[in-house]
Design a binder for this molecule. Structure first.
Ligand code: PFF
Length: 447
């Protein structure tokens, strides 16, 4: 990538874009959130609805975001203003920035926890399967802050080349390691039940709430609904194939989520743990798996190191969305912007960090039917804001930008998209908005 570093850079190659976009998409959403969300929502039926949402909502919105970014060569607020210079639509751009900050404020807490596990595994032999309970709230704040600083360093541009070069090697390594852990898990006695639970849908578990969770998870996992792919698309050159790149990112991201499910659930059942343990599911199950492996400590250290990096390429894209606005539209310097954005995120995120581990009033408070500040943030930004952002973007594209414009932006570099252009327009105009609106309305108690 030449530079979302200084000024308006462009990806030097298609591979650069796919790597960065896949880096944004693949992260804790796949490996931490997908398993626990599937665990809380009944397994196979959730997975099936999730896959349908990825195909029917995620892929169309992915192509839309990238094409709007590339057509305008601007980040969310600027892109919307370039199409419609006046009126309330630019509010959608601001919503993207606020959502980015909201997500980063709890996402980096989990990423900090992953780093803490890495440090633990690297320093000592971890035999205790319940290491999660050994952490306290202030440690969580410290690791959260450390992770934000790492993100700042990358977004400032200094490490960008390095990170790109490394992620080419380290991400495939993460996949290989996951395959190894899967192999270990599925041969444990009792693992078959976990596989069945994950892969055989039990439709009695299906209801509108499960559908909302699956839909929100699809947007979150693909980094959609808040302008991250739009921003990355804005650094894409007119020659690069949007359809090809977008499909690859969607495929790869989904593959990693399914592999994460295969890594966790056979072990959950074999080890007699609860699939609906909630957000700390992987932090409880994986140490138990590693404890039973020869060389498990090393595997644990390497796994949490690689997962930290996967999380870093996602937090980078979140901070990039927030920062790119201040840099492109307000003319702030990159350094000033990223430090201010990260400082604000830290302030907003401290309650989430305190609520994440240990006992604190932040962990037990109840707002809007959610227990704890962390879960409130997750619900507000992932379950409500991302689908709402995607919904509004579809309406914007249909009635303001124009789907002819959008389709011709994709077609100009993706001749292979010709046959799919009509169904794509149908999905963006009808299927996505109606589906998202109905599910969101049901969750907000409209009916
Ligand atoms: N897609 C990331 C993950 O699955 O971990 C999370 C994320 C990154 C969501 C960037 C939204 C975003 F803009």
């Amino acid at each position: 990538m030449s530079a979302p570093g200084s000024g308006r850079g462009q990806w030097s190659s298609q591979v650069g874009f796919v790597l960065a976009a896949a880096g944004s998409a693949v992260g804790l959403g796949n490996i931490w959130r997908f398993p626990y969300s599937a665990g809380e929502n009944g397994g196979g039926a959730f997975v099936l609805v999730y896959l349908l949402c990825v195909l029917g909502l995620g892929l169309p919105v992915m192509l839309l975001e990238i094409s709007l970014g590339r057509a305008t060569q601007k980040t969310p607020v600027g892109a919307i203003r370039a199409v419609r210079p006046y009126g309330p639509w630019k509010g959608l751009g601001y919503l993207a920035i606020i959502t980015g900050l909201g997500i980063l404020s709890f996402y980096a807490v989990i990423a900090g926890q992953v780093v803490a596990y890495f440090v633990d595994y690297a320093q000592r032999v971890v035999t205790d399967q319940s290491i999660f309970s050994a952490y306290n709230g202030w440690e969580s704040v410290v690791f959260f802050a450390v992770f934000l600083v790492l993100t700042v360093l990358v977004v400032m541009g200094g490490l960008q080349r390095g990170i790109e070069r490394w992620s080419k090697i380290l991400m495939p390594l993460l996949l290989i390691l996951m395959l190894g852990i899967i192999l270990r898990g599925i041969f444990l006695p009792g693992a078959g039940e976990g596989l069945r639970w994950l892969l055989m849908p039990d439709f009695s578990k299906l209801n509108l709430h499960v559908v909302l969770e699956a839909m929100a998870q699809a947007f979150f996992s693909l980094s959609l609904g808040m302008g991250a792919m739009l921003t990355y698309g804005s650094y894409l050159s007119k020659k690069q194939d949007i359809f090809h790149c977008g499909t690859w990112v969607v495929f790869f991201d989904t593959l990693v989520a399914v592999l994460a499910g295969l890594m966790i659930f056979p072990a959950v059942f074999a080890l007699g743990q609860q699939p609906d343990a909630g957000p700390n599911l992987i932090f409880k199950v994986l140490p138990a798996v590693f404890a039973g492996m020869t060389g498990g400590n090393l595997v644990g250290a390497v796994f949490f190191f690689l997962l930290s990096l996967a999380a870093l390429t996602s937090t980078v894209s979140l901070l990039e969305v927030i920062s790119a606005y201040c840099i492109d539209e307000r003319g702030w310097s990159r350094a000033r912007t990223v430090w201010i954005a990260a400082g604000t995120t830290l302030l907003v995120g401290v309650p989430s960090a305190l609520a994440w581990v240990g006992a604190s009033p932040w962990a037990t408070m109840r707002i809007l039917g959610r227990e704890g500040f962390f879960s409130l943030m997750d619900f507000a930004w992932v379950n409500l804001s991302l689908p709402f952002g995607a919904l509004m973007l579809c309406i914007f594209a249909t009635y303001v930008w124009g789907l002819d414009q959008a389709a011709s932006e994709i077609l100009s570099s993706s001749p292979g998209f010709r046959l799919l252009a009509a169904p794509w327009r149908f999905f963006v105009r009808w299927v996505c908005p109606i589906f998202i609106a109905v599910i969101l309305a049901s969750q907000l108690g409209v009916f």
